[in-house]
Structures are given as structure tokens and as C-alpha cells.
Write a protein that binds this ligand. Structure first.
Ligand SMILES: NC(=O)c1ccc[n+]([C@@H]2O[C@H](COP(=O)([O-])OP(=O)(O)OC[C@H]3O[C@@H](n4cnc5c(N)ncnc54)[C@H](OP(=O)(O)O)[C@@H]3O)[C@@H](O)[C@H]2O)c1
Length: 344
């Protein structure tokens, strides 16, 4: 922060995308630094989380959450430092998790803020393995997927924020874990670093055959976050009484109409019926917010014991957030995508 000319740089939604977002959908603005009123804190953003759900907020199609208005700052989870406080519960220097969005500074009355443990040496983890994506993986897999030792669990976007935790937790539960990821490096990471039993490149023309070979006893749990060609390859392999936590469908987030090709709804419903498959969607904080403590305690312990590993993809500078976000929707990130906005 320059003392002579303090400004807040922020990125607002400039226009709504049609199809894949482009740089023109975002605008960088400079405003005067906000001043905290009585009962408020001034937050300086250290890390901004970039997540696939933000594509939905850029659109005004009906969804579970309100869209960002054109001209408003993009929403996003953040780790911030309290720079100035007129709030009785916060001191300058406190580090908090909140939702400041895509900007360098924000004021807050404390709503939605969680103070991080001062001993936490790596606060950006509160946006990844120890935050919303880790929580999503943990609850979706364990509560909806209900994996049992010896079963086969398949997870796509396997090297990503959610998928990497899904696969590792499934391994800890004694399952055989098969990942699907966007290239050979990501697959190698899933097997060699995360301990998956196998990982298949989703871009291979032979994805269905490779997946079938990697799952000789079929699939008992498919953690769905992709859709598209990956789901087409998974569907025929689902076993009787398989469970499918429906977490996301990133392959369709840029769709502006119904997918091309033959209508496969009948195939899907017939498969669900005849194999008695349970497929359930969930929105993490709406459905499981009350169980956050349980997740945090367990993941913190596993992380401390070295039983869960993570990988972050850190991008420097607020101005690089739009390009990094566009890349997330193309699979260019490798690990949890985080923008470092200021030195911690
Ligand atoms: N329901 C909830 O409450 C909730 C909460 C958090 C996240 N989610 C969902 O979980 C999913 C993963 O999120 P994340 O934060 O962990 O992201 P991430 O996996 O760290 O990054 C997104 C990944 O998606 C894959 N991808 C991108 N475009 C794709 C396409 N057209 N077809 C197939 N794969 C594609 C890419 O991985 P590869 O290159 O390896 O394929 C990319 O790296 C998303 O669908 C997200 O919306 C849901």
C-alpha cells in the first residue's frame, strides 16, 4: 500500500460471458481505499481463491446463488490480514478467512469471517485442502459416496482441489482409487504423489477402454464433478448399488444451450433404475455447513500426520486473476488455484 496514494484495486464483472469467459468480461478498477466505520475492520487480501463456481455467478441463469451484477466486484473466498480495526473482536495483524472477492482491500463488519490460528504457517490452505474444496471432497465422498474398503472409487479432475482430496480420503478408507485427469503429468502426480492406484488421461480417444481396464470389477463410487465425455465413459461401468455424489459438471459450465447429439436421458435413467444407483447432488455449505468442525478436525489431523498431500497452483497479482480463471475452465491449473495478492 502506498502511503501517499492509497488505492484499492479490484476486478469487476464487465459483461456476462456467452460460452467461455474472455478477458473482456472482466475490468480492473482503482478506487479510494475504503475506510472502516465503527464496528468494521479494514482487510487486506493476501490470497484469493479461484473456483469453478464463479463461472455460474457470471451468468444470470437461475441457480442456487444470486449472480454477480454487471459492474460489481467478482465474488471469491479470501485469506486477509486485518489492517485496521474498529471491531471489538479483531486486532490489526489477525488473519481471517472470508469473502472479500477479487480485490486488494475490503471492509467487513465481521459477518462470515473466521479467524485463522496464528500458528498456521501456510494460510492459503484455508482456501484449499483445509477449506471449501477439501470440505466438499470429504462430505461428498463420505456422506453420499459411503465408500467401503475394497470398493472401486473413481474421481475426475483428480489432481485438482476437490478431486485430490476425494481420492486420498478414499484410499484412507481402504478403497481402490482410479483418477481421471487432463494430461500425463497430472496422472503421474495422482499415482506417484497422491497414492492413487491408477489414473487415466481424459483427453485420450481411448478413455472408455482405458477406464474399463483400470476398473475390472466395475465402479462402486463415482465422484462426479465433470460430466461430458468422462461421465459417458463412467456410466456403463457403474455397478449395482453404486453411489454417485453429484458435485459439479465443469465440462458444461460454458454451455449456452443444450448439448449436441442424441438425447441420452433415457439411457441415464434406465441405468440408474436397473442398477439401483443412487445419484445425489449437493451444495457444500447449504447442505453440510453444520459439519464443518468435524471435517476440519479430521483433515487437520491427517495433514499433520502426512496422510493427506496437496498441491497448490499459485498465481501472483490480482491483474492475473482473469487469465488464471479462464485457464481453470480449460484445465490449465495444476492443483488448487490461488492468487497471491499481497505478501503474507
Ligand atoms: N457442489 C459443491 O458444493 C462444490 C464445491 C466445490 C467444487 N465443486 C465442483 O467440483 C469440481 C472441481 O472443483 P475444483 O475446485 O476442485 O477445481 P479443480 O479440479 O482444481 O480445477 C478444475 C479442473 O476441472 C477439469 N476440467 C476443466 N474443464 C474440463 C472439461 N471441459 N472437461 C473435463 N474436465 C475439465 C480440469 O482438470 P483436468 O485437466 O485434470 O481434467 C481442471 O483443472 C467443479 O465441478 C466444481 O464446480 C462443487
Amino acid at each position: 500500500m502506498s502511503r501517499t496514494n492509497p488505492v484499492n484495486r479490484r476486478i469487476v464483472l464487465n459483461s456476462r460471458p456467452v460460452g467461455a469467459p474472455t478477458a473482456e468480461n472482466f475490468r480492473l478498477e482503482e478506487l479510494a481505499l475504503p475506510v472502516p466505520a465503527a464496528g468494521q475492520v479494514l482487510l487486506r487480501t493476501l490470497y484469493l481463491s479461484l473456483d469453478p463456481y464463479m463461472r455460474g455467478r457470471m451468468s444470470d441463469a437461475p441457480s442456487y446463488a444470486a449472480p454477480v451484477a454487471v459492474g460489481e466486484v467478482m465474488v471469491g473466498g479470501t485469506v486477509s490480514r486485518v489492517e485496521a480495526s474498529r471491531h471489538p473482536d479483531y486486532q490489526p495483524g489477525d488473519v481471517v478467512v472470508g469473502y472479500s472477492g477479487w480485490q486488494e482491500y475490503a471492509v467487513s463488519d465481521g459477518t462470515g469471517l473466521t479467524r485463522l490460528d496464528a500458528r498456521m504457517t501456510h494460510p492459503s490452505l484455508a482456501l484449499g485442502v483445509l477449506g471449501m474444496p477439501g470440505f466438499t471432497a470429504y462430505m461428498g465422498l463420505l456422506d453420499i459416496g459411503q465408500p467401503k474398503a475394497g470398493e472401486t472409487v473413481v474421481v475426475a479432475a483428480a489432481s485438482g482441489a476437490v478431486g485430490s482430496v476425494v481420492g486420498q480420503v478414499a484410499r484412507l478408507k481402504g478403497c481402490r482409487v482410479v483418477g481421471i485427469a487432463g494430461n500425463a503429468d497430472k496422472c503421474r502426480f495422482a499415482v506417484e504423489e497422491l497414492g492413487f492406484d491408477a489414473c487415466i488421461d481424459r483427453r485420450s480417444a481411448e478413455l472408455p477402454r482405458h477406464l474399463a481396464l483400470a476398473c475390472p470389477e466395475g465402479i462402486d463410487v463415482y465422484f462426479e464433478s465433470v460430466g461430458g465425455a468422462v461421465f459417458d465413459a463412467v456410466l456403463p461401468l457403474l455397478n449395482v448399488h453404486a453411489r454417485v455424489p453429484l458435485c459439479g459438471m465443469i465440462a458444461h459450465y460454458n454451455d449456452s444451450g443444450l448439448p449436441q447429439g442424441p438425447d441420452r436421458l433415457g439411457l441415464l435413467t434406465r441405468t440408474l433404475l436397473t442398477r439401483r444407483i443412487r445419484m445425489q447432488g449437493f451444495i457444500i455449505f447449504d447442505d453440510y455447513g453444520h459439519r464443518y468442525g468435524e471435517f476440519h478436525q479430521q483433515l487437520s489431523a491427517w495433514l499433520a500426520e502426512g496422510r493427506i498431500r496437496y498441491r497448490e497452483d499459485i498465481v501472483d497479482g490480482l491483474e492475473n486473476a482473469p487469465g488464471a480463471f479462464i485457464g481453470l475452465l480449460e484445465g490449465r491449473n495444476f492443483g488448487k488455484l490461488v492468487v497471491r495478492i499481497a505478501p503474507a
